[in-house]
Design a binder for this molecule. Structure first.
Ligand SMILES: [Zn+2]
Length: 134
């Protein structure tokens, strides 16, 4: 959870995943580092790794749309559907940088867990059992 919400390296929780935390600078806020500046963890484990983050993004945008809809429901009637569409569309547009970053952060944290400095010293293979030793 720390790594997800602070947008930090899933391995060491120190290096930032994104170039900038300023969401008003989309060119750098959406740009990812290729590896962790603290431990060297590779943020691009394989080509197309973040394709799966689109499923997380889909879930997040659906949750936002439903939340906006539920908040507006007691205040506006069904005949004023343009209010719902514009409020949901506007909130999704405004939350896009947050959803983009959060979905990628969640996605990489699904596959890589935190390692203490001692565990990291053992190397990248420590994530999975070494079957060659059996
Ligand atoms: Zn790291």
């Amino acid at each position: 959870m720390y790594s997800i919400f602070h947008m930090r390296c899933p391995r060491c929780h120190e290096g930032p995943i994104f170039h900038s935390n300023n969401l008003f600078k989309p060119t750098s806020a959406l740009k990812m580092h290729s590896s962790c500046s603290a431990c060297g963890f590779n943020y691009q484990p394989e080509p197309g790794f973040y394709f799966g983050a689109s499923y997380v993004s889909y879930a997040l945008t659906t949750a936002i749309a439903i939340a906006v809809f539920v908040v507006l429901l007691p205040f506006f009637s069904w005949e004023e559907e343009w209010i719902y569409f514009s409020a949901i569309g506007g909130s999704l547009l405004l939350s896009f940088p947050i959803v983009f970053r959060l979905s990628r952060s969640i996605w990489i944290n699904l596959f890589f867990k935190y390692k203490s400095p001692e565990e990291r010293a053992k190397g990248e293979d420590a994530d999975f059992p070494d079957l060659r030793k059996r």
